[in-house]
Design a protein around this ligand. Structure first.
Ligand code: NAP
Length: 289
């Protein structure tokens, strides 16, 4: 399944028009899971704003959503930069008049041994995943306070529940995202803001395929993509009790549920959506170095 067809191909399980009139901002909404979320929210009637650093990602995503009959616009932003984030939110409020839902989905990721992880690599992942989540959440709060209602959903992970070799940077960042989710849920509940997180299991986006793909050898030999696909299939059979990889649509459906009136009394919760993968994960795997 390509990123671009991620959620549009799946049957709609919520009623049409469920999110009519709502404005949703999805960071990292131009690719992978974020794109699947943006597609579903648009199908349910929301105006979606897809935001990330690369114009080619967000513009083509917004264009494809409009071509499918949805309402979408795009923003280029680096979520590590609080001023850029605030300026983006001001533009969205001016254009759309409100912000009902923020999905903190942008993240940076790669496997790397912690003993040689550079300060820049460490800082970059922590800043995208954790600082970005905080900056975006803080920036949309005034609009949500004025509205007396708002939903924030952050995309976390499960790898920090038991530890995951070569992912010290991302696991530390997402543990922080979980902590923020619980703390801000309490602080901001009186404003009508609901703050939750979703911890996806493995979903074969392009980013994950890259992580399963060995780097080209010193002699320039290209990785065997068939072997990569086989390794991924065998991982799903062995390691995911539900027997399959996840899809962006699996995560998007949970976001839609939380954005709907059903989410009104849910805050500070972290929903694992992973086919049972983390419960069955024992012991922590030794990743190839
Ligand atoms: P992905 O396609 O690589 O998505 C990451 C997105 O973040 C990209 O659209 C990227 O767009 C954006 N981004 C990166 N740095 C940014 C920055 N500084 N400012 C703004 N946007 C930035 O990966 P994915 O697999 O869909 O992951 C989406 C989310 O799910 C992430 O939070 C990830 O941690 C989480 N997750 C994924 C899996 C999985 O198996 N796929 C499992 C658990 C959790 P630009 O390059 O255009 O900036």
């Amino acid at each position: 399944m390509s990123d671009a067809t991620a959620a549009n191909d799946q049957p709609l399980i919520f009623r049409e028009g469920l999110l009519d009139g709502q404005v949703a901002l999805i960071t990292g909404g131009g690719t992978g899971i974020g794109l699947g979320i943006a597609q579903l929210l648009a199908r349910l009637g929301a105006h979606v704003v897809v935001a990330s650093r690369k114009a080619e990602h967000v513009e083509s995503a917004a264009q494809s959503i409009r071509a499918a009959g949805g309402s979408a616009s795009s923003e280029t932003v680096d979520v590590r930069d609080a001023e850029q984030v605030q300026a983006m939110v001001a533009r969205i409020e001016q254009a759309q008049g409100r912000i009902d839902l923020l999905v903190n989905n942008a993240a940076g990721n790669f496997y790397a041994p912690s003993e040689s992880l550079s300060p820049n690599a460490w800082r970059s992942v922590i800043e995208i995943d954790l600082f970005g989540t905080f900056f975006c959440s803080q920036a949309v709060l005034p609009a949500m306070k004025r509205q007396g209602r708002g939903r924030i959903v952050s995309i976390s992970m499960t790898l920090h529940y038991r530890g995951w070799p070569l992912m010290a940077h991302a696991t530390a960042a997402k543990a922080g995202v979980d902590a923020l989710t619980r703390t801000l849920a309490i602080e901001w509940a009186p404003y009508g803001v609901r703050m939750n997180a979703i911890a996806p299991g493995p979903i074969p986006t392009e980013g994950v395929r890259r992580a399963f793909t060995p780097p080209p050898s010193a002699s320039g030999q290209v990785p065997d993509m068939f072997a990569v696909e086989q390794a991924m299939t065998s991982y799903a059979k062995k390691a995911i009790p539900a027997g399959r990889w996840g899809t962006p649509g699996d995560i998007a459906n949970m976001v839609a549920f939380l954005a709907s009136p059903a989410g009104d009394w849910i805050t500070g919760s972290i929903f694992v959506v992973d086919g049972g993968e983390w419960l069955a994960r024992n012991p922590a795997p030794q990743m190839q170095r």
